[in-house]
Write a protein that binds this ligand. Structure first.
Ligand SMILES: [Zn+2]
Length: 220
């Protein structure tokens, strides 16, 4: 492991965590985020009990993809196993941002998949699958999460009664996805409230696709 790599990845994670806190995507010590090292088959991850706004180089953990945790006085996160599994099954995933952002988690708690309403979400995300709770009623584990992400097109998902997951080739891209998921849930809520207030349904709205699809249609 290269110390410069470790420091750079820790600093990137601290930036992402602070941004989530500042944008109110994650308060308290819930949620988790991680990033893969370039110099080893290992990740930097936030331990249990540390808030997004309290991450420092000294409290982040390094965990190898085989599950070995580098010596740390902190308790590993209960989300550690699903983070490790996503890195194992999808080499394109180099960073994960999991938070309990309120608009998206509201949809997740109502059992409603967040619709990709905007041109941006259709192009960048396509679909945000809603992953049900574990069969025992507990929070989702890799048993529920990994099968959904085995589809290489899936970059964002929502966990029922729990929160959101954005993945990417860099922490910045995973962070932006976490923000887009939340923004989309907020937009969907406003749309649905306005439709209901005006006695309309989504069937009254025009259908639309991506810019590429529109271009293809024009050139036909
Ligand atoms: Zn969580």
């Amino acid at each position: 492991m290269d110390q410069n790599d470790i420091d750079a990845k820790k600093d990137a994670l601290i930036w992402s965590a602070k941004r989530c806190f500042d944008l109110r995507l994650q308060t308290n010590a819930g949620g988790n985020l991680s990033v893969k090292l370039s110099s080893a088959e290992a990740i930097v991850i936030k331990p249990s009990g540390v808030g997004f706004n309290e991450c420092t180089r000294d409290n982040l953990q390094i965990v190898h993809l085989d599950g070995t945790i580098e010596p740390s006085p902190f308790k590993p996160s209960k989300d550690l196993d699903f983070h490790l599994d996503l890195y194992r099954i999808r080499p394109d995933i180099q960073a994960i941002v999991h938070c309990h952002s309120p608009w998206a988690t509201g949809y997740a708690s109502a059992g409603i998949e967040i619709p990709c309403l905007t041109v941006q979400t259709i192009e960048k995300i396509g679909r945000m699958p809603l992953i049900p709770l574990s069969p025992n009623g507990g929070p989702q584990t890799e048993a529920e999460i990994s099968p959904v992400f085995r589809d290489p097109k899936v970059v964002a998902a929502v966990l029922a009664n729990h929160g959101t997951i954005g993945v990417g080739p860099t922490l910045i891209k995973a962070q932006y996805l976490a923000e887009i998921i939340e923004e989309t849930a907020h937009i969907a809520f406003v749309r649905d409230a306005l439709l209901a207030a005006h006695g309309k349904t989504s069937a009254d709205l025009p259908t639309y696709g991506t810019a590429a699809e529109a271009k293809a249609r024009v050139s036909q």
